[in-house]
Design a binder for this molecule. Structure first.
Ligand SMILES: CC(C)(COP(=O)(O)OP(=O)(O)OC[C@H]1O[C@@H](n2cnc3c(N)ncnc32)[C@H](O)[C@@H]1OP(=O)(O)O)[C@@H](O)C(=O)NCCC(=O)NCCS
Length: 166
């Protein structure tokens, strides 16, 4: 993992090992960041996902000096009705604007991958905003199919992205 030392110095954080922590968070905490980053003034329903309450769903947060700065949610959900079991969906990836490009999103996604891999996962997938394709490609995801819209969440274009897990 590349550590962006210059960026981290802005927060008085020496390195990922000193000052940055990843740990499970509540749905409410995840929704606070989703509201600010992903919903952008839209209705609160945009920050509510069907899988949020499922017992095997994981909500993870990245904290910088104790402040929640980025979130990710991992749900046990197949990519399509005909998909095999063992597929997990990454949702609600969001990093507060002032904390981007520090490696928080990457760290969260990697932790979600490890969590899924530990549970015999074969595939991790997401509906990615097209603007974030480079972020997901950097994590080993590849696009599948054509872009589409999810107007219940935003006006942006989305595309399915998938990554095989060992
Ligand atoms: C996408 C998002 C979650 C990335 O979070 P982040 O904490 O800034 O990501 P990281 O710092 O871990 O970035 C890891 C790598 O992804 C790439 N990356 C991240 N954001 C990128 C962007 N906007 N465009 C291109 N590449 C990007 C970079 O290669 C980066 O590594 P590098 O800076 O060392 O080259 C964040 O930009 C965000 O919250 N965006 C708005 C909400 C959103 O679109 N979420 C995704 C919904 S599908």
């Amino acid at each position: 993992m590349e550590v962006h030392d210059d960026n981290l110095e802005r927060f008085g954080v020496e390195s990922f090992e000193h000052g940055i922590a990843l740990h499970p968070i509540s749905i409410a905490e995840a929704r606070v960041i989703r509201d600010r980053v992903l919903s952008a003034g839209g209705p609160a329903s945009r920050s509510v996902y069907p899988c949020d309450d499922a017992p095997d769903t994981l909500h993870l947060g990245a904290f910088v000096n104790g402040q929640l700065a980025a979130v990710a949610t991992l749900c046990y959900e197949a990519m399509s009705a005909t998909s095999n079991a063992g597929q997990w969906r990454l949702r609600g990836m969001a990093t507060l604007e002032g904390f981007r490009r520090l490696g928080l999103g990457k760290r969260l996604a990697e932790a979600c991958m490890a969590h899924a891999a530990d549970r015999s996962s074969t595939l991790l997938w997401c509906s990615a905003r097209v603007a974030t394709i480079p972020f997901y490609r950097g994590l080993g995801f590849q696009e599948q199919g054509q872009s589409f819209q999810l107007l219940e969440y935003s006006d942006e274009a989305y595309i399915l992205m998938r990554r095989a897990l060992p």
